[in-house]
Design a protein. Structure first.
Length: 353
């Protein structure tokens, strides 16, 4: 069978370009949100009368608070307005995984994009990344599931509705986004050391954060395992060229699988793009039905995220209901808030308005 390598390379590049454009779109939105949030914080600190509107999208970086809000919503029916955008994004990201596997990791997540840039730097600095033996790789991958299990045990099992409500409406949670910003604006020595070690490991070991340490990725991997859409290989037409396995960024042996069920599959579609035989690999349902093309996958990702923002805005569940005077009152208390105390002020913990 004659293979058109020129056309194959062109297709691979177009898929990679498409994914990179989507990644850069979300990265640009993230940078804009961060800049607006920094202005919001700075103006609060100096006591400006008119303050730049706080961007609700910053709540997407509060997954623990969002997990608490999700459970509280389920057990109480209260869709709280402390960090509503965070809860909306958390639900959308879970739905994305259930429908489109871990597309959030490879198409949306800014940390995923940074991870790929670190992989590029690794190639420039070293001929070959540090190889982790398979048995040790399995052990290391357990770390993110242990972290996820810890959070799920504490929040989903141990915390009753009353404790969830107390935390959600506590002053600490109300300004958790500001606390997060201050954490990075004024990092401690420990923070700098930990981040430096992670950066060094990322240069030595490919995908070290996403593969071994990210509990969010573990959650999405479990949700993605349930997705009806998976990378599927037509065994009859496969020529066993192994190009799919060679380009897989997470080392899945795609050429051996009829259906890729691995929780590590990010649905980057590189394997689909590099396959030289038409319709041999695809992201589809059983018996290769309803195959999603890369351009349609990209469109679905973008529409799901931006469409959810529009729907949440129209439904009045996007912006929080924390007044500016409360932010101003809590700003001087930022350094005093910690997880142990939690800011359980009995006069305000259940106000939320």
């Amino acid at each position: 069978m004659k293979m058109n390598y020129g056309g194959l390379l062109k297709t691979l590049n177009s898929v990679n370009l498409l994914r990179r454009l989507v990644q850069l779109l979300f990265a640009a939105v993230t940078i804009w949100i961060g800049f607006r949030f920094l202005l919001f914080y700075r103006q609060l600190v100096v006591g400006a009368e008119r303050v730049v509107e706080r961007p609700p999208g910053v709540e997407a970086f509060l997954p623990i608070s969002s997990l608490m809000s999700l459970k509280y919503w389920i057990v109480s029916g209260d869709f709280n307005r402390i960090h509503p955008a965070g809860l909306v994004m958390f639900v959308v990201i879970l739905l994305t995984a259930l429908l489109l596997k871990r597309g959030f990791c490879s198409w949306v997540c800014p940390f995923g994009l940074m991870n790929e840039f670190m992989n590029g730097a690794q190639k420039l600095l070293f001929r070959q990344p540090l190889q982790v033996r398979r048995w040790f790789d399995y052990l290391l991958r357990c770390i993110k599931y242990l972290l996820l299990g810890f959070f799920c045990w504490i929040i989903l099992v141990k915390m009753p509705g009353s404790a969830l409500k107390a935390f959600i409406y506590s002053p600490y949670n109300q300004i958790a986004d500001l606390k997060m910003l201050v954490f990075f604006l004024d990092p401690s020595t420990t923070t700098i050391v930990v981040l430096s070690v992670l950066a060094l490991l990322a240069l030595l070991i490919r995908n070290v954060w996403c593969r071994y340490l990210c509990p969010y990725g573990a959650l999405l991997g479990m949700a993605g395992w349930l997705s009806p859409w998976k990378i599927r290989r037509n065994v009859a037409s496969c020529i066993d060229c192994r190009k799919c396995t060679q380009v897989c960024p997470v080392n899945i042996e795609v050429h051996c699988a009829g259906t890729v069920r691995s929780d590590e599959c990010h649905a980057c579609l590189r394997c689909v793009a590099v396959c030289p035989v038409k319709d041999t690999l695809g992201l589809g349902m059983r018996k290769h039905r309803l195959v999603i093309r890369p351009w349609l996958y990209a469109m679905l990702i973008v529409v799901l995220f931006f469409g959810s923002v529009v729907a949440a805005r129209l439904g009045g569940i996007w912006r929080n209901e924390i007044p500016l005077d409360r932010y101003r009152r809590y700003i001087p208390m930022l350094e005093r808030f910690d997880h142990a105390r939690g800011g359980y002020a009995p006069t305000e913990q259940h106000s939320g308005r």
